[in-house]
Design a protein around this ligand. Sequence first.
Ligand code: FES
Length: 103
Amino acid sequence: MTTQYFILTVQFNGKSYTGRGCPNKTLLENIEDMSLPIRSSCRRGRCGSCRVQLVNGELDSDKFSIEDGELLSCTTYITQDTEVAVSYGQKITRRRKVVAELA
Ligand code: FES
């Protein structure tokens, strides 16, 4: 059986990076695979150091929405193309989903 990968976009301190999101790895592991220096410690959903903000898409997390779309990347899995933001001291801009109307 082949694994279906997704597109993972990460806004990291104001810059955008795109990589392959593997559904069998946590979001934290996927972001680390992109060589982005995301913070982590316990890797079990306890310390909160791996927080990210969901910008676009949906994620499977058992600790979702700590506050306003923030989640713990170490306990979260990718289920579709997704964009998240990691910001250490910078403001995160959330994108709004645009739905085009057919004429
Ligand atoms: S690394 Fe501690 S909550 Fe994710």
